[in-house]
Design a protein around this ligand. Structure first.
Ligand code: AMP
Ligand code: MG
Length: 411
């Protein structure tokens, strides 16, 4: 085997992640396209959206009750004359020009508060008799009234570019009157499986062969992260076959390879990437699963050489490839956040590597509990598919007792 023209560099998990984040922060996303508002879910906003008017546009009542002058309620109970009823959708002509001292207006949630009134008393604290209402609770000026422009001023940016459109962002877009949105084009992500033992899904494998599952798990992960997967099939563990497919993959926005990055005699991925003039930022991370993981750039395109073991492929995509792909998709980069749950059964492990092991999260509400899924190593996709999270075990822990807080990565 030809010697690698670069020194291998194995980083701690945190350092490796930071290296990717630094690159992600400098990535320029793809061009823009326009999509219908309903079709924009999961897409990434390409242009800032500004408020087309004040939000709210009028002083909005937050409760059903009575619009009053707070100063009229200094002595309780107080009785006021009801001079109007104001429902949601009432235009200025539908309401009195002024609520004077000693007066009130019945008002509904979402209705504009009439001039003169500066607070709303909830209907629960009132009793009506004819046109007289008796109020048993006082209010401070401004209570139960949302001031004009308090949520956003006209012209103010309400969604910055880089926002991934979810159900709350789409509500904002709808509120400011956008029925279509400028979003970033989805990045094209090439997926290249490697290995002489790997065969396609529709092929009857010999006893010595393994069906290609990595291209499919990666395609699903790429899509979930906002990319367009482009599956390039399987390259043989042979220099020319690999080199051709790598060159093809580097024409996409990002190239993901699986397999062939360990230290074996036929692990030729790094060698062939080097042959394409690749620059490597790291060639391993102190994690399990996934220790052999290469990140670099060739022909101006980023690539990840992910380990071939199926669970390693999944974990290393989530930990390292995902933030870079999200940046290519135009998303604002965010820090990786783990949540905490109580450990349900003891964990014993070896120190030295940070581990991300398939786990079962259970419990209810604030009482999340987690335990490791029974699994047979980084090739065990069956138990991984049955799990619902990864338990994150620090590199320096040998034993974690029942009831301790442990970090989990949701999926
Ligand atoms: P490698 O990283 O090439 O040494 O592969 C490690 C392990 O992952 C081997 O047992 C491979 O058979 C398996 N593997 C590699 N590529 C794939 C793939 N595309 N789909 C499923 N298993 C794979
Ligand atoms: Mg291999």
């Amino acid at each position: 085997m030809a010697a690698l023209p670069h020194p291998p560099s194995v980083l701690s998990f945190e350092d490796a992640r930071h290296v990717v984040e630094e690159h992600a922060a400098k990535v320029r996303p793809a061009s823009l396209e326009s999509v219908d508002l309903l079709g924009s879910v999961g897409r990434v906003l390409g242009k800032a959206l500004a408020a087309d008017r004040d939000f709210p546009p009028f002083r909005r009542a937050m409760r059903d009750g009575y619009a009053v002058r707070a100063a009229d309620l200094t002595r309780l109970p107080a009785t006021l004359e009801v001079i109007a009823e104001i429902k949601a959708g009432a235009a200025p002509d539908d309401m009195p020009s002024q609520i004077g001292p000693g007066q009130a207006a019945a008002i509904m949630t979402g209705a504009p508060t009439p001039p003169g009134a500066d607070a709303v008393v909830m209907v629960e604290y009132t009793s009506l008799s004819g046109n007289q209402v008796t109020l048993t609770r006082g209010v401070t000026s401004g209570d139960n009234v949302v001031p004009v422009g308090s949520e956003a001023r006209q012209g103010q940016v309400v969604l910055p570019p880089g926002t991934r459109i979810d159900y709350s962002a789409i509500a904002v877009a709808a509120s400011v009157g956008q029925d279509s949105l400028w979003v970033f084009r989805r990045p094209e992500v090439a997926i290249l499986a490697t290995g002489d033992e790997i065969v396609e899904v529709n092929t009857e494998p010999g006893r010595h062969q393994i069906r290609n599952s990595n291209s499919y798990s990666l395609a699903a992960q790429v899509q979930a992260a906002g990319g367009n997967p482009k599956v390039l099939g399987i390259a043989r563990d042979e220099a020319q076959s690999l080199r051709d497919r790598i060159e093809q993959g580097l024409r996409c926005d990002l190239l993901l390879l699986t397999g062939g990055v360990s230290m074996g005699k036929y692990d030729l991925v790094e060698q062939e990437l080097s042959g394409c003039g690749a620059e490597f930022f790291f060639t391993g991370a102190q994690i399990q699963p996934g220790r052999p993981i290469a990140f670099g750039r060739a022909h101006g395109k980023y690539f990840f050489g992910l380990p071939g073991n199926p669970v390693s492929t999944m974990v290393t995509f989530e930990l390292f490839a995902r933030p870079l792909q999200e940046a290519l998709a135009g998303m604002t980069t965010s820090k990786l956040i783990f949540l905490n749950a109580r450990l349900k059964s003891e964990i014993k492990t070896k120190t030295g590597l940070k581990r991300f092991l398939p786990g079962m999260l259970s419990g209810e509400f604030e009482r999340a509990e987690v335990e490791l899924a029974a699994w047979h190593g980084s090739g065990d996709v069956v138990s991984t598919a049955r799990s619902n999270c990864f338990v994150v075990i620090p590199a320096d822990r040998e034993r974690i007792a029942v009831g301790e807080w442990v970090a989990v990565m949701l999926r």
